[in-house]
Design a protein around this ligand. Structure first.
Ligand code: 3HC
Length: 310
């Protein structure tokens, strides 16, 4: 029966059908989706901290309002993704416990510090830009709840990217000091942003199976290349100096950008990034600080339930 089940399942995937929570699915399909969707949700939640540090120090009220709106969106993206992951039979409490216990991954990019206002703009432009490149194909992922969550997320991501780019455009019209800050932010965050697409295809444990199941529509290297090709002209429009190793290749019609530092990547994945400890401490503090809110909400819900039974 298992073979028939697998063959029928793969035929549905090949026909580009959405798999829904109540449909039969191979255990491996369920497991890899819980793995990817929970890490995606954790990335959204931890991703609020680099920008959160700048809400009280935004240069104008307008920038503060935009940043608060963006951070609120990221929290919402996390909630959509935890809810979508719950349809696979895992509880949000368990996923959050894994994150806080340091057992779960989240995107390495959030383990780099945001040291000044140019970094906040560069995070919007580059990190949310890379996220869009990765998330648009996920709108056609074979698992229905994940694809639908991505459709909503992508609409908000374009605002995230544009506000970051516009903040940098503003600074590039400013003083030499401001221009230097933007160049420095680009030089520091561009390469870690490329690592958001995952290791090289040759090193990707999940790509072949996840592409067969149409969870992953394009390979890590394909999306990374697509992001570089879109971003370098934007950097040139900003008036930034482009790193030596990035060169337009007339033959391939793409930018060559050389080798990334994969030792650094795996080191940060293992938890040795500059900001790993800060992020985990911030997450655990937020959990403690928010305990009274959760208890009050649970007590209130209990009272309402008792009232409705009376
Ligand atoms: N940071 C941390 N871990 C990473 C990583 C990164 N940048 N890239 C890859 N990895 C991990 C994978 O999770 C996997 O480890 P695991 O088996 O323990 O899960 C291992 O490295 C090997 O990588 P693979 O290529 O085999 O893994 P995937 O097939 O899952 O591909 C991925 C990696 C492309 C990130 C894929 O998981 C994916 O598309 N995830 C959904 C998008 C996502 O999570 N984006 C993160 C940023 S979200 C964001 O920026 C939102 C914005 O609004 C702020």
């Amino acid at each position: 029966v298992a073979e028939e089940g697998m063959a029928e399942f793969q035929a549905r995937i090949d026909r580009d059908e959405f798999i829904e929570p109540k449909d039969w699915m191979p255990e491996g399909y369920r497991k890899t989706l819980i793995r990817q969707m929970s890490q995606h949700a954790h990335s959204e939640i931890v991703g609020m901290h680099p920008e959160g540090n700048w809400v009280t120090r935004a240069p104008t009220l307008k920038r503060k309002l935009i940043l608060i709106a963006k951070i609120q969106d990221e929290a919402g993206h996390g909630l959509y993704l935890y809810s979508a992951a719950e349809t696979l039979g895992v509880s949000r409490e368990e996923l959050v416990r894994q994150l806080h216990a340091g057992e779960a991954k989240y995107s390495t990019i959030f383990n780099y510090p945001t040291m000044n206002w140019a970094d906040v703009g560069a995070v919007g432009w580059l990190v949310d830009g890379a996220a869009i490149t990765n998330q648009i194909p996920l709108c056609r992922c074979s698992y229905g709840p994940y694809a639908r969550a991505m459709t909503r997320v992508c609409k908000e991501e374009s605002f995230h990217q544009r506000q970051g780019y516009e903040a940098l455009l503003e600074m590039m019209k400013g003083t030499d000091e401001q221009k230097k800050m933007v160049q420095d932010a680009f030089d520091r965050l561009f390469w870690p942003a490329l690592m958001m697409f995952g290791p090289p295809d040759s090193d990707s444990a999940h790509s072949s199976q996840n592409m067969a199941w149409k969870i992953k529509r394009f390979s890590n290297d394909e999306l990374r290349q697509r992001f570089v090709d879109a971003t370098i002209p934007q950097a040139e429009f900003l008036g930034l100096k482009i790193p030596e190793q990035i060169k337009w290749n007339e033959e391939t019609g793409h930018y060559d950008f050389g080798e990334l530092d994969w030792d650094e990547f795996w080191d940060v994945v293992k938890g040795n990034g500059i900001s790993n400890d800060d992020r985990m401490n911030a997450r655990n503090e937020a959990l403690e600080d928010g305990a009274w809110v959760r208890e009050a909400a649970a007590a209130y819900a209990e009272k309402q339930r008792a009232k409705s039974k009376a």
